[in-house]
Design a protein around this ligand. Sequence first.
Ligand code: ATP
Ligand code: MG
Ligand code: MG
Ligand code: MG
Length: 564
Amino acid sequence: MKQSLMFIPTLREVPADADIKSHQLLLRAGYIRQNTSGIYSYLPLAQKVLQNIQDIVRDEMNKAGASELLMPAMQQSELWQESGRWYSYGPELMRLKDRHGREFALGATHEEVITSLVRDEVKSYKRLPLALYQIQSKFRDEKRPRFGILRGREFIMKDAYSFHSSYESLDEMYDKMFTAYSNIFERCGLNFRAVIADSGAMGGKDTHEFMVLSEVGEDTIAYSDQSSFAANVEMAPVTAEYTRSDETCGELEKKETPSQKTIEEVAEFFEVAKEKCIKSLLFKADDRLVLVLSRGDHEINDIKVKNLFDARNVELATPEETKEALNCPIGFIGPIGVPEGIEVVADAAVKAIVNGVCGANEEGFHYISVDAERDLKVGQYADLRFIQEGDASPDGKGTIQFARGIEVGHIFKLGTRYSVDMNASYLDENGRSQPMIMGCYGIGVSRTLAAIVEQFNDENGIVWPEQIAPFDLHVVPANMKSDAQVALAEKVYADLGKTYSILFDDRAERAGVKFADSDLIGLPIRITAGKRAEENIVELKVRKTGEKLDVPVDELAETISRLL
Ligand code: ATP
Ligand code: MG
Ligand code: MG
Ligand code: MG
């Protein structure tokens, strides 16, 4: 590819608003441009890298027995109402209306769409297991889009979903996906760890995150220095600020402010909430109740919340107790809001009960709102909150070390969370109707690109791992006015072009500019036709090591095959 034909707008200056390496370099080297907060264009070089990552992802997904499809990004609200997430997902879900006033979501994830698709087509155990995946743009209105494409509001995800007639079959697929994910990130050249995403709730075998080790990671990993134990600690910062918020988790609470509700209305509200937000739980302590609506996209949330209350000897009210108990003040802990950190969530819950900060008011009840992301972390924090660096590890081997990680992948056993609510069932061998058992498996493809840059760079630019680089070779005639240099470079371009992908810098720029751009762009090998062109000698530079060799052109192919 001739560089003069490509769109690679490099920058000399470090962009002011980019505060981490990958964001700076992707802007400077002409890979991405921001359109608006959290929304980016991937320029031609980035598109090539994305394709390389996607090739690896597809290859491993196909090997795991999943087949590719493409689902719509526009999703009718009815599906999300069936699962309850229309009410519980919160403001991260981008919502819009068509000209008839029908409501839609822009796909933040596709459990609803795939469950509805499969339930309509798969009726018998004979058609299971079934695994499907897609690579597509996802939309999440992140509260804090940042670090460039590491946390965007529109980003590219590979999402896979599997359907089973037994938990053993789900376990098998989960293991295959675990292997596929390990292979994918290894083939991307990344230094990563698979970590238990939730250590408290389910014994740590039902959900894993794949974490790229990096100082700029937003997650904290506790790992053993002598075993494979690794878990997400989710050490959320503690702030003691309680915020009353009118911002709520969906239509339910928007109808009126809570302080206007009578106890009867609250009871009714709870009935609706129970139906719509499947993930609601009711806790009783002393003479007060706390209604917890967890985010509801994974059933594990409830268990985490339950663990938290168990740890404090707070009893979970039975459904029979509920009605009677509703005759006392109620506290509501919803999934949306401002306060940072799980300590706040935990304390808020306990304070709500003990001090009546929330819900002790005879006239009604107040909100304590809880951050949607943070409320995912209750059980984990309850379990791992006391872990310190240097502690013995939970599995009895080695001591605990901490590291920071970027979550690039997440695999999860969903069980029947969606199939029950959405009525996705099949007939078993005995002709009995059973809910399908499901798993889901996500990879942030665009985030992976940035994570690679975060791990592979130096002071001059990006240093792509060979299998990911947008081109294998950068061929650079140093001086376009020198016929000998141009002719030799063109010969190299033609000869090696049969075996390698090549970016050919045919621009009439100064050699210094070309070299600086070349380092910035970060292809594995640069071949320069320069001063010794007349002797048929080129200079070969290895980007990773900086090593430079003068190589006669007829030895070039062999030298490169040794290096790549
Ligand atoms: P995070 O904890 O970073 O918000 P998540 O747990 O919400 O991520 P999942 O729902 O597990 O994300 O989605 C699967 C994958 O999609 C994540 O592992 C991550 O790699 C990627 N991803 C999620 N949110 C974003 C985003 N805003 N920008 C880019 N990639 C993302
Ligand atoms: Mg998130
Ligand atoms: Mg996460
Ligand atoms: Mg996740």
